[in-house]
Design a protein around this ligand. Structure first.
Ligand SMILES: [Zn+2]
Length: 449
């Protein structure tokens, strides 16, 4: 082409060059009309023209794409463009500044958002594995940022019409559906729970509901049984996890315990007595205690209790031990026989003692709440292996903590009573219906006609 031009007379050269320039200019006229000076893609196209000098007459360039987009913004100037979304996953050692940089947004934008106050403070505490989504205009302006706070709610930071960032929380509606689970225990409580379809946290919650009445570490027996009505949670028709336990029943060594959840989130017996009592039956979580289930043998623990006036919970060194009830630490020290030990004074002349700790977590004089960590299981003092030795003393007399009569629990507030009883009747009816259906199902399968 260059050669061809050189062979032509000078006037022709000027004519052809002008013609080419005109053609190139014509190509840009519609773009300029649409006032696309801020559009990155147009800039890129011009850059190709000037830097590389590769524009060819008769060849089409991707202008049409940008034109449609420009037309869109003319039609709808307020909501200028559909946003370009990118999801950024939070990595180990990430902070908001790094994430903004990675997503291509400036420190000024970040500052504008973090200076919005409380509502965006949560963004500075993001965790690895979470995602932050950025919606930007084609000019690269951050218009919307979303961050999921939990399964249900999402934090949304968006640019308003005054060009200022504002925040709101989007909350999805959660639908709950009731489920029923039941099992007879024949190996241990945990396995029975899993087999009945409960998950780990539901099994723990079930044990917590009855933890004032039943020692789940030592007193579960073959033939014990439970039934539970619980919630499953759905968002947009999709299962997202389990909700609360609504009602439950536990049969332990022939004793029947029932609990109903009330609107205050607490559990009560169907008659309206709180399931919470002044003392936990066991100061160690059952899941840590080894050999927590004995199959129809003689009762070695009972025998042992008579021999040394305490209950032993065999568990790994370091297992947390909690205060069985509210009280005041009257002793926290070391002796050759007891090792590291803690004594707690409770109301009504009751003292609880905890021996052989690897580590004590409270000092003499400290007030402790029920369930508060007081020490870690160990094997200090006269002890043959890591275990907690637990004593329960009423007015100076040793009592078996697993059978001693506990002070009666508080009843539900008088003004709540009638409303509670309505809830209790409905919840227990649901539980009993579940049991009946399951029984009928089992009988039908046992003896087919
Ligand atoms: Zn002992």
């Amino acid at each position: 082409m260059q050669q061809l031009l050189n062979q032509l007379p000078k006037r022709h050269k000027i004519f052809i060059t002008s013609l080419l320039t005109l053609v190139v200019l014509l190509m840009f006229i519609p773009a300029e009309k649409a006032n696309a000076s801020r559009d990155n893609s147009i800039k890129t196209l011009i850059a190709i023209d000037t830097d590389d000098n590769v524009l060819e007459v008769g060849k089409s360039y991707p202008l049409e794409v940008d034109l449609t987009h420009i037309e869109e913004s003319i039609q709808n100037p307020k909501n200028a463009q559909s946003l370009r979304w990118q999801k950024v996953k939070v990595k180990n050692g990430d902070n908001l500044a790094k994430i903004f940089k990675r997503a291509g947004f400036s420190a000024q934008t970040l500052h504008k958002i973090t200076s919005l106050g409380k509502s965006t403070k949560i963004l500075t505490k993001i965790h690895p594995g979470e995602t932050v989504s950025f919606g930007a205009t084609k000019q690269g302006i951050l218009r919307e940022l979303t961050y999921s706070l939990d399964q249900v709610s999402t934090l949304i930071v968006s640019l308003n019409e005054q060009n200022k960032y504002q925040t709101r929380t989007d909350t999805k509606e959660v639908e709950t559906r009731r489920q029923f689970a039941t099992a007879v225990i024949n190996s241990n409580f945990w396995n029975a729970g899993i087999e009945s379809g409960l998950n780990n946290s539901q099994i723990m919650n079930l044990a917590n509901i009855f933890g004032w009445d039943i020692d789940f570490a030592l007193d579960i027996r073959d033939g014990d049984a439970f039934s539970v009505v619980y919630e499953d949670r759905y968002i947009d028709g999709e299962y997202v996890g389990t909700g609360n336990i609504i009602s439950a029943e536990f049969v332990n060594q022939g004793d029947n315990y029932q609990a109903v959840r009330y609107t205050d989130g607490e559990y009560y017996s169907p008659e309206g007595r709180s399931m919470r009592k002044a003392f936990l039956r066991a100061p160690v979580n059952f899941k840590y205690v080894s050999s927590s289930f004995k199959r129809r043998r003689f009762h070695p623990v009972q025998k042992r209790w008579k021999a040394h006036r305490g209950v032993d919970y065999a568990a790994k060194t370091g297992t947390p031990v909690v205060a069985a009830g509210n009280g005041k630490v009257i002793r926290s020290s070391y002796s050759r026989a007891n090792g590291n030990h803690v004594f707690i004074q409770h109301p009504n002349g009751i003292v609880t003692k905890y021996l052989h700790f690897s580590k004590r977590k409270v000092k003499k004089g400290t007030r402790v709440k029920q369930g508060q960590l007081i020490g870690l299981v160990g094997s200090t003092g006269l002890s043959s292996g890591p275990h907690l030795h637990f004593e329960f003393i009423v007015n100076g007399v040793h009592r078996n903590p697993r059978t001693v009569k506990m002070p009666k629990a508080k009843p539900i507030a008088k003004k709540e009573k009638s409303r509670f009883l309505q809830v209790a009747i409905t919840s227990m009816a649901e539980l009993n219906a579940g049991k009946r259906v399951r029984l009928a199902f089992r009988d039908n399968n046992k003896s087919p006609k």
